[in-house]
Design a protein around this ligand. Structure first.
Ligand SMILES: Nc1ncnc2c1ncn2[C@@H]1O[C@H](COP(=O)(O)OP(=O)(O)OP(=O)(O)O)[C@@H](O)[C@H]1O
Ligand SMILES: [Mg+2]
Length: 331
């Protein structure tokens, strides 16, 4: 590894710690509890929110009941679904004991709900400091969810403060978006070191799900070098799918839509579908036959079928009634 763009020793140390854990591909026992992914990287602007939004949408499009939790006071994952100034928000679940299910809002995608954040969350980090079990607030909220959710995806802020700590304590799977650039691996070493401490102190169940290379520019030689280094160190913990730099991914949030509903044929939307199908491969979470929604399976569907699905979702009347609890998907 080239010493000038990577904290070599730290990364190797972090890899060693993680390689001693059981492989993430292990099948999980069938359970009514969702698999909880934390999407974190303390480095700003690396594609955390874009990954959280589009992975959540892709899982939901393949009929997996998914809850996206916005733990970032910037609220980008919420506005990506057109939610601004929510009446109840994740702050109320964390600090006012409002059930998370009441915070979750329906979206254009039948199988996706979003627990939005808002400006109140800015103060949460300070207000949580004096609370007992301050690092377990989000875990407590998730424990109170009714059965039926298969996946929870948590979008984190660009810091390793109390909000991210809550997400890492609540999750069993860490997904790290990594932009293939000069200093990427230095930040990764710090993140994995922090995660190792959290595993030892608060959440031994936390595993590295994978590293997702984002905003990849195939014309950039350095990007290829960094990607190769990441694969050398983390092997099959790096998603096979690489997310390309794609303008549709950056445009979609301003229309309040995930990329799959904005431009299903775009390389960005297709890449996130592919990354979601890698997740589904691991968890063998095949669509339950009893579900009514006639959404296509993105693994098989042609892009035309996906476009049809995105249009029908986009044109469906958005219900304003409060969400009903989902029935257990594995019942
Ligand atoms: N693959 C991509 N191609 C093009 N633009 C992208 C891609 N991924 C993300 N972007 C854009 O890059 C910017 C940063 O992405 P994003 O908000 O997802 O990062 P983040 O890690 O969540 O940032 P923050 O740390 O501020 O929360 C956004 O403007 C987003 O639209
Ligand atoms: Mg973000």
């Amino acid at each position: 590894m080239h010493p000038s763009w990577c904290a070599s020793f730290e990364v190797e140390f972090a890899c060693l710690s993680f390689n001693q854990t059981s492989p993430v591909a292990d099948q999980l026992p069938m359970t009514d509890r969702p698999i909880v992914f934390c999407i974190a990287n303390q480095k700003g602007g690396v594609g955390k929110t874009t990954s959280a939004v589009n992975l959540a949408a892709s899982l939901a499009l393949s009929e997996h009941r998914t809850l996206l939790v916005d733990m970032d006071p910037q609220g980008n994952a919420s506005s990506a679904f057109g939610i601004s100034s929510p009446r109840v928000q994740i702050y109320d679940a964390l600090l006012n004991e409002v059930p998370l299910e009441r915070v979750a809002q329906e979206t254009e995608l039948e199988f996706l709900r979003v627990a939005p954040s808002g400006k109140d969350l800015v103060g949460a980090e300070i207000e949580l400091v004096d609370r007992p079990e301050r690092e377990r607030k989000l875990a407590g909220c998730l424990a109170g969810l009714p059965p039926g959710y298969e996946f929870v995806i948590i979008d984190c802020p660009p810091s390793l403060g109390l909000l991210t700590l809550n997400a890492l304590v609540a999750a069993t799977r860490l997904l790290v978006p990594l932009q293939a650039e000069y200093y990427a691996l230095e930040g990764l070493a710090h993140l994995l070191d922090t995660v190792e401490r959290i595993r030892n102190s608060f959440n031994p169940a936390l595993e590295l799900e994978g590293i997702l290379l984002t905003m990849f520019d195939a014309r950039n030689n350095l990007g290829h070098q960094v990607a190769a280094e990441v694969r050398t160190h983390f092997g099959n913990r790096v998603f096979r799918t690489v997310i390309p730099r794609n303008v549709r991914l950056s445009e979609a949030p301003s229309f309040g839509k995930p990329a799959i509903l904005y431009d299903a044929k775009s390389t960005g939307a297709q890449a996130y579908l592919q990354a979601a199908s890698e997740i589904l491969e691991k968890y063998d979470a095949a669509p339950a036959p009893s579900r009514d929604a006639a959404l296509p399976d993105p693994k098989d569907a042609s892009t035309d079928a996906l476009e049809d699905a995105s249009q029908s979702a986009a044109h469906s009347d958005s219900p304003t009634r409060p969400p009903e609890p989902w029935r257990s998907p594995r019942a």
